[in-house]
Design a protein around this ligand. Structure first.
Ligand SMILES: Cc1ncc(COP(=O)(O)O)c(C=O)c1O
Length: 384
């Protein structure tokens, strides 16, 4: 892997140490593709045959690329705007009765928590919480088994925890849920583009992901996998012309698509999905295994060095199978203030909250950048 060459494709890296993958930095070929599509639409006029055909070509091409990336079939992929849209499609597509239950973990992002809180308020469902720490597969599976009841209608959990970078034992958890007839929705926000994802091997029923984090694609490029066996069960909540091409204005009968594309509705920025394909091609060219390995090695280096600095307690497990390029530390001071100082004084981008610091290291970061972060944090710790 030629890191210098890869970095030369991502101009933003010249100006800072990019260690916060909430939104990934954008490579020039990705931006070029956004511009190419915009110029094509401008040049040939929005509704011309050329433009309409090119937009459909790139949009359906992106569906093929996402399906390949996730190990799914194209019929199982809905293109969305973001992870939240995919989670909401699943959340509202289930027929909830008051008292029905959903199980979530205690490390979900608001995107994986709020839809259930909303349904609790609106429909009277019950949200049950599965604690992940101390991050042992056996314990997680046992606790999950105890939480599931005949009223449980869904398990929703991250593939990779946004808070700690912990890789959840998705297969074991899915098998446990399925044994009791409970479908599983995985939130792949921090997995896709960072580690290999194979939805069939994971055994999930639904998988919601996005392009704008580790894949380095623009915001607004998301996707939802719906297992072929679940396509009929999941109800359509939002519907528009593209979800149901056959409808009769007199009888009010309609026939929706039978593929996951039935969950797409209304006019959307289809052209931007062309650059998602460019981003996927770049990740595949480097190799997702290589990306995962290098990102993990840099994070492992950080974890080993930073645990020696007083005041930093690692929350992320060290197990290579269950950890990624994301690390979280308890720091005993306000993480937001620290994040601000790192940016203002050193142009280092990390993320922080309450008394936590999260460092997410992309594969194209430099070991010197990780060392600099540790040195700065050690210096601040001495002065505190
Ligand atoms: C685990 C997880 N899920 C969902 C989201 C939100 O994603 P989106 O903005 O694509 O809906 C994030 C964002 O950081 C996240 O970390």
């Amino acid at each position: 892997m030629d890191i210098d060459e890869i970095r030369s494709r991502i101009p933003g890296l010249k100006h800072c140490s990019y260690l916060n993958m909430s939104y990934g930095p954008k490579p020039t070929p990705v931006t070029d593709e956004v511009v190419r599509m915009a110029r094509y639409i401008e040049e040939y006029a929005t509704l011309s045959k050329e433009v309409m055909e090119e937009i459909e070509r790139v949009y359906e091409g992106a569906r093929v690329d996402v399906a390949r990336l996730l190990g799914a079939s194209t019929d199982e992929i809905a293109l969305t705007r973001h992870v939240s849209e995919g989670i909401n499609i699943v959340a509202t597509g289930i027929d909830w009765e008051p008292g029905d239950e959903v199980v979530v973990t205690d490390e979900e992002h608001p995107a994986g928590s709020l839809p259930w809180m909303n349904l609790a308020q609106r429909r009277g469902i019950v949200v049950k919480q599965l604690p992940l720490a101390p991050y042992e597969t056996e314990g997680i599976v046992e606790r999950l088994d105890d939480l599931i009841t005949p009223r449980t209608k869904l398990l929703c959990l991250s593939h990779v925890s946004t808070r700690t970078g912990f890789v959840l034992p998705s297969r074991e958890v899915a098998d446990t849920a399925h044994k009791q007839g409970v479908p599983v929705l995985l939130d792949g926000a921090h997995a896709v583009g960072l580690i290999p994802v194979d939805v069939k091997a994971l055994g999930c029923d639904f998988y919601s992901g996005c392009g704008h984090k580790w894949l380095l694609a623009p915001q607004g490029t998301g996707f939802l996998y719906v297992d072929a066996d679940k396509l009929d069960d999941l109800e359509i909540t939002w519907i528009g012309a593209s979800s149901a091409p056959t409808w009769d204005p007199d009888s009010y009968e309609f026939e929706a698509l039978t593929t996951a594309a039935k969950f797409e509705f209304g006019t959307r920025d289809k052209a931007v999905f062309s650059s998602l394909s460019t981003a996927i091609a770049m990740a595949e060219e480097v190799g997702i295994d290589n990306i995962a390995r290098r990102s993990w090695e840099l994070a492992d280096h950080l974890r080993r060095r930073l645990t020696d600095v007083p005041g930093f307690t690692l929350r992320t497990p060290m197990d290579p199978v269950r950890s990624t390029g994301i690390s979280a530390f308890d720091i005993g001071v306000n993480g937001r203030d620290l994040t601000e100082r790192l940016w203002e004084d050193h142009r280092i981008l990390v993320s922080g909250r309450e008394d936590e610091l999260r460092v997410s290291i992309p594969y194209f970061a430099l070991e010197e950048e990780v060392d600099k972060l540790v040195d700065v944090l050690a210096e601040l710790a001495v002065r505190a």
